[in-house]
Design a binder for this molecule. Structure first.
Ligand SMILES: [Fe+2]
Ligand SMILES: [Fe+2]
Length: 153
């Protein structure tokens, strides 16, 4: 990657309150997700080689998996009606991420691959949080408010 190309790669992403989905435990997980994406992006923009990028990708991937599983549990527990569509988005992300991670171990960080990784990690994440996760966050908040309002028998 030539130094002039680095402008295409954002060096940092940060969770800010506008990313909030209104549920503290999900927000906390998203903050951790952003932190791991940020570590990876920083290494990518510093032109680190695949040997340094691979463990960061693994570190991020394992947390993505953990976070998706926790969201799934919350959706199942609360009887979320849009569970299927939401999970489909998660699976789509994991499949695309898996392909790019595999390409990274094969070819190393080319500019084209770096761009696709950024589009997925930053673009997809922002979009998914702002729409799909926010919709679930609203549902979960209402579900919990309703449960705490119920008089005990
Ligand atoms: Fe999420
Ligand atoms: Fe999600």
């Amino acid at each position: 990657m030539a130094p002039t190309d680095l402008g295409a790669i954002p060096r940092h992403v940060r969770w800010t309150p506008h990313h909030s989905v209104g549920v503290e435990e999900i927000d906390a997980q998203h903050r951790e997700l952003f932190r791991r994406v940020d570590l990876f992006l920083a290494a990518l923009s510093e032109k680190r080689g695949r040997r340094e990028l691979e463990p960061l990708i693994k570190y991020l991937k394992s947390y993505v998996h953990e976070h998706f599983a926790e969201e799934q549990q919350l959706m199942e527990f609360s009887g979320y009606p849009d569970l299927g569509d939401h999970l489909e988005e998660h699976h789509g992300f994991e499949a695309r991420f898996g392909v790019l991670a595999e390409e990274l171990s094969r070819t190393g960080p080319t500019l084209g691959l770096a761009r696709r990784l950024v589009a997925l990690l930053v673009g997809w994440l922002e979009q998914h949080l702002a729409t799909t996760d926010r919709r679930f966050g609203l549902y979960l908040s209402k579900f919990r408010a309703h449960r705490t309002r119920k008089p005990s028998a």
